[in-house]
Design a protein around this ligand. Structure first.
Ligand code: ATP
Length: 263
């Protein structure tokens, strides 16, 4: 078995003349949570969609558990699961029927379907509300359901684009705890988020991407150390070289001396 669950090398993606990814490299180890962070338009979703085999790269190598994702996307799809940022679900379907439908698409054996549903029930923690139609679900409930749908197949690698976007504090915390405990159980996670608290809480390692290039990578502690920062927001501002942002966030190094709290 390959050492890394995911290996990305020299990944490039052009949309016409636009170079969205300009040759990025990163790895994700078993049970590791790896985050891509960066400003809007940095290339995060493009990278995630390529790893999810939805987009083809212009150039580069993506290997999942030893399998080449460009040459054998079908085999890779059996190992991964993808939660898009703007995922939807069938509003007229009962939640439980939706989960069953997805599980049956993925698994043939009844016991595998049942196991996936048991996982989904646990992850959603929605109890009897699973018998309700998805159209009656709140945003938080839908997001939980979609996360459950993503992880219930026990993927080797879950690819989560902004997993808690639009959620209230409690729901976001619950979902983060879920993701963390699934990773402790051996599932690898590749995620993107704009929420630095989320990133610090969840990620073992982080890559800062901007303009389609990875500028920095390391553990949150390493990055904070390297940039003499109190938190990842400060690291982010310093890597982006945004003086106004640096001043607003303050720095542990002393120039701004602010509280380091962004609103
Ligand atoms: P955000 O944080 O805003 O979601 P992102 O880091 O996920 O941004 P991408 O969505 O990967 O960024 O976009 C990277 C670049 O590629 C942007 O300049 C974007 O406009 C461009 N892009 C993305 N998808 C397409 C597409 N289908 N066609 C053309 N250009 C695209």
């Amino acid at each position: 078995m390959a050492e890394n669950v995911l290996q990305v090398r020299g990944l490039r993606k052009n949309y016409g003349n636009l170079e969205a990814l300009r040759g990025i490299d990163f790895d994700v180890a078993p049970g590791e949570v790896f985050a891509l962070i960066g400003p809007n338009g940095a290339g995060k979703t493009t990278a995630l969609r390529i790893v999810a085999t939805i987009l083809r790269p212009t150039e580069g190598e993506i290997v999942v558990d030893g399998i080449d994702a460009v040459r054998e996307p079908g085999r890779v799809r059996e190992l991964i699961s993808y939660l898009p940022e703007e995922a939807g679900a069938y509003k007229n379907m009962k939640a439980i029927d939706y989960l069953k439908f997805v599980a049956q698409v993925f698994f043939e054996r009844r016991e595998d379907v049942e196991r996936a549903l048991a996982t989904a029930r646990e992850v959603t923690d929605l109890g009897d509300r699973l018998d309700d139609k998805l159209g009656s679900f709140s945003k938080g409930m839908t997001r939980k359901l979609l996360l459950a749908r993503t992880v219930m197949t026990s993927p080797r690698l879950a690819i989560l684009d902004e997993p808690t976007s639009g959620l209230d504090v409690i729901n976001a915390l619950e979902l983060r705890e879920r993701i963390k405990s699934l990773a402790r159980g051996g599932m690898s996670v590749l995620l993107s988020s704009h929420n630095m608290l989320e990133i610090e809480f969840l990620s073992d390692r982080v890559a800062l991407i901007s303009g389609g290039v990875i500028h920095e990578a390391g553990t949150p502690a390493e990055l904070k150390d390297r940039y003499e920062a109190d938190n990842l927001e400060q690291v982010f501002a310093r890597v982006a070289g945004d003086d106004a942002l640096i001043a607003a966030l303050g720095t542990a190094g002393g120039e701004g001396g602010g509280a380091g709290v962004a609103s």
